[in-house]
Design a protein around this ligand. Structure first.
Ligand SMILES: Cc1cc2nc3c(=O)[nH]c(=O)nc-3n(C[C@H](O)[C@H](O)[C@H](O)COP(=O)(O)OP(=O)(O)OC[C@H]3O[C@@H](n4cnc5c(N)ncnc54)[C@H](O)[C@@H]3O)c2cc1C
Length: 342
């Protein structure tokens, strides 16, 4: 699959320059049959096609990519857990933790037979856009599937958009969701406790955000290439940006090959592989963001709606990497595994 794919191009062409949440929902819904028919799962021999699909979407629009990335992650998790995924349903995965996450499973009666979801979850992308969400509950170490289209959900979920202060990704509605006594049953449980973080697929999913970051950065390179560059400095920056974009794509290809060769992580090296790829791509995006500004000055930041938004969103999106915390983990792994040779 590549950016020339007519099917995707046509679907993405329906997205306005400044999409609203409703535009995102419409286009994401229209992409679902395409995904179902053409986008393979990770670790099944064609991982690169899944990552390239995300890069293609992100090259067009980072907000849409953020939503589609969540959908692909959630449906991959359901497949690995052998749980059916609704074919026409747009999914999200809400697994963010930290002090703002107070979500927990509580017993609603003394018999302990009925359970409910309570508390708040930050960083819920697509909160009132998606149909279903997989929610990770840290105290129980459990993934729960919730259906946002039920009457119960309508009454017992509160979406707080006021906490999100940035214009970047504002229309993805990455809001804080509060659950008020939302009834849940055993049928809503996905996998066993602790399964979510321990499953091999967790490493495979880690490459998907990087594929989106790369797409956002490549779009900035596209934008430079569309212009007539007046001086040698600009051309030098373009050369360096194109080199970065190329190596990001090669890193994704390498990561996908590693995953396809060892989808169940028998080697135990899939997480360091993902950390390595993510680091490289985060650095490549940072370089492109920097060089883009040095090439074109302030005008695109101030006067070009698409680039102003893309730059703000890419800057925010790459902060999803855990920076030196990830590098420390990678370094510790390398120290203990002298045989690991990327
Ligand atoms: C655009 C966007 C959309 C997202 N959508 C989703 C989603 O749909 N689902 C989902 O599960 N997650 C989503 N996330 C969240 C993501 O998964 C992480 O939870 C988020 O990036 C924060 O990661 P972290 O808590 O591990 O912080 P890290 O980056 O690992 O660490 C941040 C560090 O800074 C410290 N810190 C932060 N603030 C302060 C402060 N005020 N004072 C002192 N120390 C501080 C923290 O304690 C921590 O040590 C999204 C993130 C972004 C950027």
């Amino acid at each position: 699959m590549n950016t020339d794919d007519k099917g995707i191009a046509q679907l993405l062409g329906g997205l306005p320059e400044t999409p609203t949440a409703s535009d995102y929902r419409i286009v994401a819904q229209k992409l679902l049959p395409y995904i179902h028919a053409h986008v393979p799962f990770m670790g099944e021999g064609h991982s690169l096609a899944r990552l390239s699909f995300l890069t293609t979407i992100a090259r067009h629009d980072l907000g849409l990519a953020r939503l589609i990335e969540g959908h692909l992650d959630a449906t991959q998790i359901l497949r690995e857990a052998q749980c059916p995924a609704g074919k026409d349903m747009l999914y999200a995965i809400w697994a963010s933790g930290g002090p703002a996450d107070t979500s927990q499973i509580t017993q609603s009666d003394v018999t302990g037979r009925s359970t409910e979801l309570n508390g708040s979850k930050p960083f819920c992308s697509g909160s009132d856009i998606v149909d279903r969400a997989l929610v990770y509950i840290y105290p129980s170490e459990q993934i729960i599937e919730i259906n946002l289209r039920t009457i119960d959900a309508g009454k017992r979920l509160v979406f707080d958009g006021g906490l999100w202060k940035s214009n970047a990704f504002s229309e993805t509605h990455t809001w804080t969701v509060t659950f008020n006594d939302l009834p849940i049953t055993q049928a809503d449980y996905v996998g066993e406790p602790t399964w979510y973080f321990e499953r091999p697929g967790f490493c495979l999913g880690a490459l998907a955000p990087a594929a989106c970051w790369a797409g956002g950065a490549i779009a900035l390179v596209d934008s430079v290439r569309e212009r007539t560059l007046k001086d040698g400095h600009a051309k030098a920056h373009l050369g360096a940006m194109a080199a970065s974009a190329h190596s990001m794509q090669l890193m994704l290809k390498w990561g996908a090959e590693q995953i396809d060769a060892d989808p169940t992580n028998q080697s135990g090296s899939m997480f360091p592989v993902a950390l390595l790829v993510r680091h490289h791509i985060e650095r490549g995006c940072t370089e492109i963001l920097d060089r883009f500004g040095r090439t074109l000055g302030p005008r695109p930041f101030a006067f070009e709606a698409d680039n102003a938004r893309r730059i703000a969103e890419l800057n925010l999106y790459i902060r999803q990497c855990h920076a030196e915390r990830d590098l420390e983990e990678l370094g510790a792994y390398l120290e203990e595994h002298s045989g690991f040779s990327p």
